[in-house]
Write a protein that binds this ligand. Structure first.
Ligand SMILES: Cc1ncc(COP(=O)(O)O)c(C=O)c1O
Length: 458
């Protein structure tokens, strides 16, 4: 039994005092899964058990656990300058990181506004879009369009952009003006488009144009899209999708925001995933993998056009966060990106992604595995009741399968990943970007055992 600093049983102290995020507190009644250490691709719990980290914590730990040089970068910076804000002042690590992110970003996305995480970056992007149009003579442009089932964060603005009704319902009314369009779930595409990805991509992109027309082009400020949508279980863009979206945004003077909170920093392959799919957005939001999780930070990266009204005279963007661009986090981000460059992390993802996909696709021989989809080191495995008809599970079955069995059984079997039913039931995988065939096989073997057994728990 581990004890807290005051000598109480730590599990009991967690039940009494620690409020989990998106957590059923009742699930802690029989024990609180407590992770104490990470090394390489593995994490260890308080009983010394080892698990492969199939989700990089929460799509975060790109470089793997236990990287001394990232810890050392934090220590050195905390000693030199532990804190200073970016409010009217600057510090070297934030300047260097901003210059570096601007160099990685495509087109003229040259201006970096730091936050402490992803939701704040999304919130910032919406506020900047509104502010920009007010300053450039289109004050009625304030609405945003995003996709069904997509997750963009939990602050009021970001939650309004989020397309998950059950997450939003407890907090309504939210920010007005956030409209939803269909996502790019090809597995569940309308019948006539299922076997024609290009036509499906065109159809899905055109729904954005239709929504802009319907809401009124003079009222729509921005479209928020992930390069590969996470919630729902990894929906990559069909061919031609982003090309058409860019065209539509240009036609209606609507800003395209690439929400890369998960997809940036090598998760798909490149530092920014819009490069992997060949489009140039007006803004990028990013966070998670920027430091590989060794310290929190997020950012909004905006184009020259968006920055221009703020560049001179008395104008300023009246927005900020005390800890945005924290010196320790900025130093760790710089060290993390040094590590990426030295170890060729993005090249490794691009080279190994086909092998990861092939290894996971072996699972398609199981009756419960309907679809394996994703890009880079980012996959969703959709579970179905009937492979031939693609019939999914009803709510009770899903509850029994995911919460009643799979989440616990996968963890017991040594794999930390995510069993998610925000859309249809899926298992999500996003291991550290340093993984190779040995880890792909380990993940596949554990999934195979547990998913074979899952069939008997329906
Ligand atoms: C696409 C996307 N946007 C925004 C967020 C919110 O990020 P954070 O939890 O850092 O606020 C997330 C979190 O997972 C995300 O996946």
């Amino acid at each position: 039994m581990s004890t807290t600093r005051t000598g109480t049983d730590r599990s009991q102290a967690a039940r009494d005092h620690l409020w989990g995020h998106f957590t059923r507190q009742s699930a802690w009644e029989n024990g609180v899964p407590t992770i104490v250490r990470g090394q390489g691709h593995h994490i260890f719990d308080d009983a010394g058990r080892q698990y492969i980290d199939g989700l990089s914590g929460l799509f975060v730990v790109q470089a793997g656990h236990g990287r001394t040089e990232l810890a050392e970068a934090a220590r050195v910076q905390a000693e030199k300058l532990a804190f200073f804000p970016l409010w009217s002042y600057a510090h070297p690590e934030a300047i260097d990181l901003a210059e570096r992110l601007a160099a990685y970003a495509p087109g003229d996305l040259n201006h970096v506004f730091f936050t402490t995480g992803g939701g704040e970056a999304v919130e910032t992007a919406w506020k900047l879009a509104k502010n920009y149009f007010k300053l450039t003579g289109k004050p009625n442009k304030y609405k945003v369009i995003s996709r069904s089932i997509a997750y963009h964060g939990t602050t009021h603005g970001a939650l309004s952009i989020t397309g998950l009704p059950t997450l939003k319902a407890p907090f309504e009314p939210l920010v007005p003006g956030a409209h939803k369009v269909p996502n790019t779930n090809e597995y569940r595409a309308p019948d006539h488009l299922r076997d024609d990805p290009k036509a499906f991509g065109r159809w899905a992109a055109d729904r954005i144009g239709e929504a802009i027309e319907f809401e009124g082009p003079d009222t729509v400020a921005a479209v928020f899209l992930e390069p590969v949508q996470n919630a729902g279980g990894c929906f990559p863009p069909p061919p031609g999708y982003f090309e058409r979206v860019r065209e539509i945004c240009d036609q209606y003077d609507v800003l395209l925001v690439s929400d890369e909170v998960i997809c940036a920093f090598g998760r798909i392959g490149s530092i920014f995933a819009c490069d992997d799919f060949g489009y140039v957005p007006d803004m990028i939001t990013c966070a998670k993998g920027m430091t590989s999780g060794y310290s929190p930070i997020g950012a909004l990266i905006a184009s020259d056009k968006l920055y221009e009204p703020f560049a001179t005279g008395s104008a300023s963007f009246a927005h900020g966060y005390t800890f945005g661009g924290h010196p320790v986090s900025a130093a760790v981000a710089n060290a993390n990106l040094d590590l990426f460059e030295r170890e060729g992390i993005t090249a490794h993802v691009k080279e190994s992604a086909p092998a990861f996909r092939r290894t996971l696709e072996k699972l398609l021989d199981l009756p419960i595995v309907g679809d394996v989809r994703g890009e880079g080191f980012f996959y969703g495995i959709e579970l179905v009741k009937d492979k031939a008809t693609r019939e999914t599970f009803d709510d009770d079955e899903s509850e029994r399968l995911l919460r009643g069995f799979l989440s616990g059984a996968l963890f017991e079997a040594g794999l930390y990943c995510r069993a998610d039913d925000r859309g249809d039931p899926v298992i999500q995988l996003a291991p550290p970007l340093t993984c190779g065939q040995e880890q792909f096989d380990e993940i596949e073997q554990i999934l195979r055992g547990v998913l074979t057994e899952a069939w008997t728990h329906l």
